[in-house]
Design a protein around this ligand. Structure first.
Ligand code: NAG
Ligand code: NAG
Length: 301
């Protein structure tokens, strides 16, 4: 009885060994692969067990649900034709990753001599793209106390970039209250959208500004641009306006006096030559026109 039980266990064990030994089983070291653009990346397709000597290996790329061949009949084809290599045992090496390589990849191995003759493994590849130089908008000059928004954006980066602002090469903290230097500044920063908004801009906010776009693949910045903050000096402006008004009054009074001194000559030339002809020429026009019209109509009759 005891021997019989042992025999059953042994037979079961052997069956298990047999199935594993005659089955193709694949494994990968990473199912969620991230790569940087223009860098090499290897998608691993390791064969855990196989009995067939020359298994058929295929790689497919699945983008937006549409599969296409990447490795087929022992050749790299499609997008990866010049950039792909198959490495032992069935790994796919991309020599120079491109943003268009982001997709699902399926490694398929068919081993006809095995009991379980087929296995496949799915790997997702995401290619990070470094940001390009962002477009920055910084106003040249603003009035103290006004609301001012500086903007920064770029749209190449993957994953999307985050933005950092710098003033005179010093990074602005996201929250001004956390820094002694920026404590009095009224800005609100949005690192996702690249907006830097001063609710009431101060003299101390003036400086050379630039912005940097950053993601896991790298950073890029725009060139720095100056922002000037000037006082709208009410007293100064009032004094200037007053000065101009006084000057105008003096000039007017002066002109009147000159006009009064040469009263006769001025009136004769000014009034009779300027105003009267304009009026009478209008009258002349009308009467001349009427005469012309009458003449015409009488001619027709
Ligand atoms: C990768 O490809 C890009 C353009 O497709 C090219 O400019 C670059 O030189 C390539 N890099 C390498 C290392 O081959
Ligand atoms: C912030 O404002 C306070 C009061 O106006 C002043 O004492 C302090 O020096 C200012 N800090 C900075 C960094 O400008």
């Amino acid at each position: 009885m005891a021997l019989g039980r042992h025999t059953v266990v042994f037979v079961l064990f052997c069956c298990l060994c047999y199935i594993t030994a005659f089955a193709v089983i694949l494994r990968t070291t990473n199912k969620d692969v991230w790569a940087n653009e223009f860098e090499p990346i290897e998608l691993t397709c390791l064969i855990e067990s196989i009995s067939t000597n020359n298994p058929r290996i295929e790689w497919k790329k699945i983008k937006n649900g549409v599969p296409s061949y990447v490795y087929f009949q022992s050749k790299i084809s499609g997008d990866l034709e010049d950039r792909g290599v198959l490495r032992e045992p069935a790994n796919l090496l991309i020599l120079n990753a491109s943003r268009s390589d982001s997709a699902l990849y399926r490694c398929e191995v068919a081993a006809i001599d095995d009991q379980k003759p087929f296995d496949e493994i799915l790997i997702s590849l995401a290619v990070r793209v470094k940001p390009v130089a962002p477009r920055c908008s910084v106003p040249d000059s603003v009035i103290v106390g006004s609301t001012v928004e500086l903007r920064c954006s770029e749209n190449e980066a993957f994953p999307p970039a985050h933005y950092q602002w710098y003033r005179n090469t010093e990074e602005l903290p996201e929250e001004p209250k956390t820094s002694a230097r920026f404590y009095n500044s009224s800005y609100v920063m949005n690192t996702q959208t690249g907006s830097l908004k001063f609710r009431t801009v101060k003299k101390e906010d003036a400086g050379e500004y630039y912005c940097q776009a950053r993601n896991e693949a790298g950073t890029s910045r725009c060139s720095s641009q100056p922002m000037e903050v000037y006082d709208l000096d009410i007293v100064g402006i009032s004094l200037k306006v007053l000065g101009v008004m006084i000057a105008v009054i003096f000039v007017t009074v002066g002109l009147c006096r000159i006009q009064k001194q040469g009263y006769c000559s001025c009136k004769d030339h000014g009034d009779s030559n300027y105003k009267v002809p304009q009026h009478s020429s209008g009258m002349d026009y009308v009467s001349a026109d009427e005469g012309h019209f009458r003449h015409k109509s009488s001619f027709i009759i």
